[in-house]
Design a protein around this ligand. Structure first.
Ligand code: SF4
Length: 290
């Protein structure tokens, strides 16, 4: 296992920070083309609560974020333009290309990362991404969450796992680095099912991973399930036992970009242990000898 920090230092020669960008996009499981309401755990912000405001130009969004973190990052740091909220390839290919070109031209940007869904990577979009991967390193983050299609239906993901397998292969063929998002603790999932997800990702060739425990946010469909006692939330030790076993299934060069997520405090209902970020980071550092 390699941490994201180690990986970025080796690849870019220094620390890398993310400058988040919001495009004017939505998701096919929100706008009715495949479903409505979005994934049951997803808030109205589309997993981009920490991203910049999409009313501003991309250059302004990037400059604003870099200004905020420049002192902390230091003068040697590099930046990744991070297209974070909703499904960033669910749009007109020319809009995506223009946005990528603008982001790539911003001062300090050395790479681009795009969060999306495997079912939103048609040929024209792949061509745009291929041209971007030729300009600078490209990371594509795929929200898989689980390989189990029954769980996927329960969480309203609205695409089949086989689409993820194809997407990883397509993205790798154009030179993109693939990062897969996986949630542990989804409703009805046993530890064996979670390990099946990890194995499928490793077999598909995912380069990196973002793990998170399932967390419940206000005004989501998951909140209702949680209030009806239909969802159990993992305790901290229990969750990191799963992460440790998951890492054992991955190749040695797999990059762990995130050991767990932390939902926005203002709307976080559970688990409460994720609220104490400092304590969780210390625990991760100790447990995984980072
Ligand atoms: S695809 Fe991503 S952004 Fe869209 S509803 Fe699901 S989790 Fe949220």
């Amino acid at each position: 296992m390699i941490t994201a920090n180690q990986y970025f230092r080796e690849r870019f020669g220094h620390k890398m920070y993310k400058a988040s960008i919001s495009l004017n996009v939505t998701c096919p499981n929100r706008d009715g083309s495949k479903g409505v309401g979005g994934c049951v755990f997803c808030s109205d912000g589309g997993s981009g609560e920490f991203a910049a405001k999409c009313g501003d130009t991309i250059s302004d969004q990037i400059a604003g974020t870099i200004d905020q973190i420049r002192d902390k990052a230091g003068k040697d740091a590099g930046y990744i333009a991070y297209f974070q909220n909703f499904t960033n390839t669910y749009c007109d290919p020319s809009y995506l290309e223009k946005s990528l070109e603008e982001a790539s031209g911003c001062e300090g940007i050395e790479a681009v990362s795009i969060a999306t869904r495997p079912d939103c990577l048609g040929n024209e979009i792949l061509e745009v991404l291929c041209r971007q991967a030729e300009r600078m390193p490209l990371f594509v983050e795929l929200g898989l969450q689980t390989s189990n299609d029954d769980t996927a239906a329960l969480i309203n993901r609205c695409y089949e796992t086989k689409e993820y397998v194809k997407a990883v292969s397509d993205l790798k063929s154009i030179g993109a680095n693939v990062i897969t998002h996986i949630i542990f603790g989804l409703p009805g999932e046993t530890k064996e099912m979670m390990m099946e997800t990890v194995k499928l990702c490793a077999d598909s060739g995912s380069d990196g991973y973002k793990f998170t425990c399932l967390y419940v946010l206000e005004n989501t469909a998951l909140e209702k399930l949680f209030m009806n006692n239909e969802v159990e939330i993992l305790e901290m030790e229990e969750y990191f036992d799963i992460v440790e076993d998951a890492i054992k299934l991955l190749p040695e060069d797999a990059v762990i970009h995130r050991f767990t997520g932390d939902g926005p405090k203002k709307i976080l209902i559970a688990p409460s242990w994720t609220m104490n970020k400092r304590q969780v980071i210390n625990y991760i550092n100790r447990r995984f000898c980072l």
